[in-house]
Structure formats: structure tokens, C-alpha cells
Design a protein around this ligand. Sequence first.
Ligand code: AMP
Length: 240
Amino acid sequence: MAAVADVPLNVVILGPPGAGKGTQAERFARDHGIPKVSTGDILREAVTAGTALGRQVKALMDRGDLVSDDLMIGIVEERLARSDARSGFVLDGFPRTVEQARALDELLAKRGPVVVVEVQVPDEELVRRVRSRRICSKCGRLVSAFGSDGAAERCSYCGGELVARSDDAESVVRDRLKVYWRATRPMIAFYSQRPTYRAVDGAQAPERVREAVVEAVAAAIGRPVAGLKHGQAAQPESKA
Ligand code: AMP
């Protein structure tokens, strides 16, 4: 398998809340030595740290509404300009609107194509999953408790207390799904005609979804993903 020098691996993983896109994005990023850039994580960190950005977005996030395109585009532009994203990145949670997708095209104009993988899961399964997931109050890691009867009480990485995310209550989840479909369906239409767009079945076991994501990226770029040259060190769950 010949390495293809200097081909950046620019990947967007799309999917509704609870589709497992964060987990898949993190895994793909780690396996390929590129950073995961999760806009939800960046915003949650800002809220936890009580920065000006955090204070600006907290109420919107708690309601499940979207943060403004301008603000999000600025955050992502700044993040993707960092050196660790030069050989590629996995975006999780961005873009969410056509406006953001257009801005991403502009940002990437000279950085090679973007592969878009949509993780599809039926809404009722999403509600069930999101209701049972927890976040570590100390390090911010998301723990998916779906599939198991008793949710863990402590984070397996740092021992921090696991709590429900403030926007994971069922009514908020349903609102977030409405917001997602309203704002994001047009964006999926924007991408879906491209040869670099792929959809995968996210209702399968996580390991199967992981394989499907790798196959989808390989099919989109027309060569095995393992044949690409990436940045050296895998990020330990990069959260910004
Ligand atoms: P997530 O963790 O991706 O589900 O994001 C959590 C929340 O952060 C969302 O419900 C939005 O309020 C906000 N958010 C994250 N990414 C974006 C984005 N690309 N555009 C607008 N709002 C966002």
C-alpha cells in the first residue's frame, strides 16, 4: 500500500445528537493521528471555565438552540489554523447549517477535499440513547451508558463524578432533534450530491460503525485510509 504524501485527511462526521458521532470521531482521529475538533466540547469547556464565550452560549446550549454561525465559524477557523490540524482533522458537531458548510468550504479551499460521513440513527433510538448518557463533571468526557443496565457512577479515566448533561433531558433532546433536522437537513442536502459524501448505519454496534466509517472515508477518497500520510502522534482525546 503506497503512502500518498501530503494528502490531508479532512473529515466531517455528521449526525444527530446521540448518533455516536463523537465516539466515532474520537476513534477515527486517534487511529489516524489527527485531532478531533468537537465544537460541542469547545463550548462546554468554555462554559465550565466561565469564559466570556461560555457565558455567552450557556443559555442557548441549555435550551438546545444553536449558537450563531458567525461565532461558530470563527471558533473553527481559529482551531483548524493550528499546526496539529495541518495533516487533517475530524470535525464533530460542525458544520450544522448550510452557512457553516459554505464557510468550511472556503476555509478548506487550499487544503484538499473534505470527506463527509453522516451517521444515521432513527430518532426514537436517539432519544433512548441520549437519556442514558452521562458526562464526567471533572474532565468532560462523555460516557455512553446505553446498552448497559446500570450506568457507571465514576469516570473510568479520572474518577470524576458522572452527571447527566444539562441539555440531555428528554424534552430538550426532542427539541435538539427538531433543531437538528430543521437546520441540518438542508446542509445534508448541500453535501449529499458530492462524491465525497457517504452515509453509514449508526444503529449497528459501535465497532461495526467504526469499520463502516473507515470504509466510507476510503471509498470517498478512492484509496485505503491507512495508505495516507498523517501527522505523527495520535491525540489523547483532543477536546479542542
Ligand atoms: P453537541 O455536543 O455537538 O451536541 O453540541 C452541544 C450544543 O452546542 C448544541 O446543542 C449547540 O447549542 C452548540 N453547538 C455545538 N456545535 C455547534 C455548531 N456547529 N453550530 C451551532 N451550535 C453548536
